[in-house]
Design a binder for this molecule. Sequence first.
Ligand SMILES: CSC[C@H]1O[C@H](OP(=O)(O)O)[C@H](O)[C@@H]1O
Length: 338
Amino acid sequence: MRVGRSSYRAVSWHLESGGVQWVEQRLLPHRFEQVVSRNPEDVAVAIESMQVRGAPTIGATAAYGLALAWKEGKERFNEFWLPRFRATRPTAVNLFHACDVMQLYSEQNPTITQMIERAGAYADAEVMANRKIGACLAEFLAVGERRILTHCNAGWLAAVDWGTATSGIYHLAHAGENPFVWVDETRPRLQGARLTAWELNQEGIDCRIQADGAAAWMMAQGRVDAIVVGADRIAANGDVANKIGTYALSLAAKEHGVPMYVAAPSSTFDPACLKGSNIPIEEREGSELLEMDGMDRAGSIQQIRIAATGVVANNPAFDVTPFGNITAVVSELGVWQP
Ligand SMILES: CSC[C@H]1O[C@H](OP(=O)(O)O)[C@H](O)[C@@H]1O
């Protein structure tokens, strides 16, 4: 059975146990496992440790975690849990958007059931937005030989369900356009090689994993018809924060005349952030560059160290692409072009 889009959600409410359920993305593509917890701290840790990741999924996970935390009372909700979830990761504005939504709703003194329903409505809205994005994006991606390059993972795992950047590819495929996808492996956490390739294989969409450094060369050889990526925060001037490596893609795209699209729901827009240089860029542990999660030949998940020595300079998880480098930003509310 196909695992993924619409058969599962990256995060959801687990009715039987009264807890939050999420796909443990660090185990993919080796194992598909879901975690369930009734402890809001486990949910916060799931965001920090990237068990769940991807801007809309992070937001929905925080919404469910806060609904869970509501059972501890309004004071602890406001004094501890809201700051706790807001501190999990700094760049994806969806996290803060979700916290604001849940905080505003809590001021009506809802029941726990109502808070859970509000979190569910938040997640549903993200999925509906993604479906609208996909339909619009597909029209832009139906160019040339439909050879599309993507970076990191902006599929259903990153966006609760359906996906943002990848939903346009799904639409193309279901329209019989036979897209081919160059999947940047996306060092250091390999969201492309581990997650996007897995999602596309589950959908039967032809794709090839490539080194991040190969992307510009594919464009130079005329083998890329369009680029589509997700986003973690879009500033008021259209500058886009996305996975590290996106800015370099935009430079190569401009050089080689390849259109580059950013797909994001309106919850990723941050009008209070006037320009890209104001976007907080997450700096993660340097060890992520020197270690990898993998599976040995016996089938057990191992963390291997890929460099015995070496001091890591830095490990920014995101970069900022100027709006002028982007062909169009596609959201459920419409298309925004420089
Ligand atoms: C649909 S948002 C996906 C977005 O989030 C990823 O970051 P991370 O895996 O660190 O959460 C990456 O920037 C993707 O483009």
